[in-house]
Write a protein that binds this ligand. Structure first.
Ligand code: ZN
Length: 146
């Protein structure tokens, strides 16, 4: 799977170009690695009613879910930054990390797959990989409802 990491990161960067972010100008792309080798991407989708904005990670996960692939997600890469005129994001110096809501959504996927999902957070000079449990320690998850 690690051999696919450059491809996964490129997919996240490419997806960021499709962001609909007219309000923040901040384009984010996410790319999910599936067991099958397939990559599922998402881009942020803003809304004039700001609270309805969807993050790139959420879009990608919802896309995988609607395709019946929720149980195949093994990793995620996230890339983004302020958009330039050609709509490609200017990747920041600091790694981009998922927001709190997306960490919780990733927790659901992680528990479904019994996997501590690697989260590859892209920055200008490469990426940093965190495990989801590092980004969301002591998380509430499906097991809490049993
Ligand atoms: Zn988010």
């Amino acid at each position: 799977m690690s051999g696919n990491l450059p491809r996964l990161i490129k997919a996240a960067k490419d997806a960021a170009k499709n962001a609909y972010a007219p309000y923040s100008g901040y384009h984010v792309g996410a790319a999910l690695q599936l067991d099958s080798g397939q990559i599922v991407t998402g881009a942020n989708f803003e809304n004039a009613s700001f609270g309805m904005t969807l993050c790139a990670e959420t879009v990608a996960i919802a896309k995988a879910n609607s395709d019946g692939q929720l149980n195949q997600i093994t990793a995620i890469a996230i890339a983004g930054g302020p958009a330039k005129f050609d709509m490609s994001p200017d990747i920041g110096v600091d790694p981009i990390t998922p927001c709190g809501r997306c960490r919780q959504i990733l927790k659901e996927v992680a528990d479904l797959n019994a996997l501590d999902i690697p989260v590859h957070c892209v920055h200008a000079k490469g990426h940093v990989t965190y495990l989801l449990s590092e980004l969301l320690p002591h998380a509430f998850g499906p097991a809490n409802l049993e």
